[in-house]
Design a protein around this ligand. Structure first.
Ligand code: ZN
Length: 687
């Protein structure tokens, strides 16, 4: 679990701290449909980059966008064909574009763009079209023959017969990632990471044969491949590389990585770009590990990037990496903050409320910086994370450390776009608490992310002989809880004032209030009535909030509850009566969860998760949904990218790169499909 998803998407409001460098007139809002809002993000400090750095950023951005088709195809075997078909209808439709059917079609296409395919990016459920099958059939038949994206030897009728149930039948490919362990999760997941007919048992057997349990430095098996079965029933991997699967897209990525390399910040960076290109050429996972080590150890470069098959959330077996890219550069002002935190990592480890046996004697490999995203792509686009911690390989993390980053301009955009959306007025108990959130939530939220990423995940150790996977299906939830609790505990520590990171010793209360309100109430907005909490980060937040609610009964000052749910005018609110005691409780739970992890106590962990993290009070759930529905706050948000344009001099040399935000959501998506679609044969000419 190495990316932080934005809890704030719900729309917690905070104003910027005085002195923050933002353009007050910047328009964050781009589009709104279904459960989605699309935003744009600013790129602060872009102007401070040198021409070489801008060029590097530009070429890395091109390399990023050239991978877009890969994630579409990984997400589902028909996604690219459906995308071309829908876009051609969208461009060519000659009927009434204000009709109900066309409006529903447009909404559906926007959802498909956002999901990088036919399934929701978060729930992974298939989208339900709001237009009729008759409308769709007529629109396809009205297309000129050269606008039908037919597969080899396919007739228009055959394509229509194939794709109609894929789009309209809710029982066909219903979920992209099925994690219901009582079923064959490979067969029942609609992604394209496993070929037709391949079963979970076959995949597991295949990899068990490949793996050598005695290897202390194993490659990340399956990271860059699709597992297929031939007519004889033999299982094999189709690797993603230059002359393999996704070759045409990988060729474009390599071309632009090579251009970017010319402008690398230093030799170390040049070396790992070369290594990454070698890996893309061969598909050799050992080269990817070598690249990852060089990348993790480069903490100097200003412009930086991720480009590859990285996170495995999209694979029910957690092996294959979804293609993604982040291009970014250091946010100097805020990196100063995380530098102070990570250079004091040992202090935080030594003073945590955890049993000594479970602490690291020497905390290693905590490197952290704050970045500005400059280009998001693949699985990180349009929905994106606010923090990342890579590489994912466990032995590389243990031996070489990892890079932990907080993406400041994305967090900033979420916050700014939420301002004035009515959320705080609806859910925060009173005006003084709202004022406190306005004043302090922005900075404490950022700090929470920093502490979670730089210290939380890196802290603690397993007792000798304990299996890292002992907590099984609760592993992610408990790991996220551990990191969150570490962050919550230290947000209230005077060390932060001593280090000059947070001026007001009471500022932490803003984050505490938000955390409890979110964990007990407002995050329920993302869940359908009648369902349980499923996603690991959401389970973790509810676990912590409900545990503290229960354990704090009558334990606050004057015998009051530390935190309580109170009714005002028939509405439920969180009231916190004793913030100091709350910190103590966070510390107690941190100690307990660290014990569970260190001892590999499956039962202890499972009891916590089952008791606090999963179940929802249906009455409160309904109330939260009703109150949200009056606000029109989208549960999910994502971004379009800025446009970078090279300015060329008389001799054709690039003299500058400009940044602008000229496009609507649909315009950007259509342009990407036109110019950055190597797998459908549409690529702009190299200059
Ligand atoms: Zn985390």
């Amino acid at each position: 679990m190495n990316k932080i998803l934005p809890a704030l998407v719900l729309g917690t409001v905070a104003v910027m701290p005085a002195g923050a460098v933002v353009d007050k007139n910047f328009n964050y809002h781009v589009d709104r449909f279904a459960d989605i809002e699309v935003l744009r993000y600013e790129v602060p400090e872009f102007d401070r980059l040198t021409l070489n750095q801008k060029k590097m950023l530009y070429y890395l951005g091109e390399a990023a966008q050239m991978g877009r088709d890969i994630i579409w195809d990984q997400n589902g075997i028909y996604n690219l064909q459906v995308r071309q078909l829908l876009e051609n209808i969208y461009r060519n439709y000659k009927g009434d574009r204000d009709s109900k059917d066309f409006k529903a079609f447009e909404k559906y296409l926007k959802q498909v763009w956002f999901g990088n395919g036919l399934h929701h990016h978060y729930s992974t459920d298939k989208f339900t079209p709001g237009f009729s099958e008759a409308f769709f059939t007529a629109a396809v038949k009205a297309l000129p023959a050269d606008m039908l994206p037919l597969a080899d030897d396919e007739t228009a009728e055959a394509m229509l017969a194939k794709l109609t149930p894929v789009i309209f039948d809710p029982t066909v490919m219903p979920k992209r990632v099925n994690q219901d362990g009582s079923q064959d999760v490979v067969v029942t997941s609609a992604n394209n990471l496993y070929g037709p007919g391949v079963t979970q048992a076959e995949v597991e057997e295949y990899y068990n044969k490949l793996k050598n349990p005695a290897d202390p430095r194993p490659v990340s098996y399956g990271l860059n491949s699709r597992v297929v079965k031939d007519e004889k029933g033999n299982i094999s991997e189709e690797h993603y590389h230059l002359t393999g699967l996704y070759g045409p897209a990988i060729a474009q990525i390599i071309y632009y990585l090579d251009k970017a390399k010319e402008y690398a910040d230093n030799d170390a960076q040049k070396a790992y770009i070369t290594k990454l290109i070698d890996y893309y050429i061969t598909g050799d996972l050992r080269l990817f590990d070598e690249y990852s080590i060089l990348w993790a150890e480069d903490t100097k470069s200003d412009v930086d990037f991720v480009n590859g098959f990285i996170e495995s959330y999209g694979d029910p077996l957690g092996m294959t990496g979804a293609w993604e890219s982040y291009v970014n550069f250091r946010n100097n002002k805020s990196s100063d903050r995380t530098h102070k935190i990570s250079s004091n990592a040992q202090y935080f480890e030594d003073n945590s409320p955890v049993d000594k046996r479970f602490k690291k004697e020497k905390v290693k490999g905590v490197s952290a910086k704050v970045i500005n995203a400059a280009m998001l792509a693949g699985d990180a686009f349009p929905a994106t994370a606010i923090g990342i911690n890579l590489p994912n390989s466990n032995w590389i993390r243990a031996e070489h450390g990892s890079k932990s980053v907080t993406i400041e301009n994305i967090t900033e955009a979420y916050e700014m776009a939420s301002h004035g959306n009515g959320f705080n007025e609806e859910f925060v108990i009173d005006a003084p608490t709202r004022k406190m959130l306005d004043d302090w939530l922005y900075i404490t939220d950022m700090l929470h992310t920093d502490l979670h990423e730089c210290l939380g995940h890196a802290s603690g150790q397993l007792l000798p002989g304990v299996d890292g996977d002992a907590l099984k299906e609760n592993g992610s939830t408990l790991e996220e809880a551990r990191a969150d609790l570490f962050a919550l505990y230290y947000l209230a520590d005077p060390k932060l004032q001593e280090l000059g990171i947070l001026e007001n010793p009471d500022a932490y209360q803003a984050e505490y209030y938000k955390y409890m309100m979110n964990g007990l109430m407002t995050q329920l907005n993302r869940i359908e009535l009648g369902k349980d909490v499923e996603e690991a980060h959401m389970r973790n937040r509810q676990l912590i909030a409900k545990w503290v609610l229960e354990k704090g009964k009558k334990k606050g000052k004057g015998g009051k509850d530390v935190v309580e749910l109170v009714k005002k005018n028939g509405k439920t609110y969180v009231r916190i009566n004793d913030y100091k005691k709350m910190r103590e409780l966070f510390g107690n739970l941190l100690a307990e969860i660290q014990r569970v992890k260190s001892e590999g106590d499956y039962k202890g962990g499972n009891d916590l998760v089952q008791k606090y993290a999963v179940k929802i009070d249906p009455k409160l759930h309904k109330e939260v949904l009703t109150r949200f529905s009056t606000l029109d706050i989208p549960p999910y948000r994502g971004f379009i990218n800025p446009v970078y344009t090279p300015v060329t001099g008389a001799d054709g040399e690039i003299t500058d790169i400009t940044i602008s935000w000229p496009e609507s959501y649909a315009e950007q998506m259509l342009r990407l499909s036109d110019q950055y679609s190597p797998l459908t044969g549409k690529v702009k000419a190299h200059k």
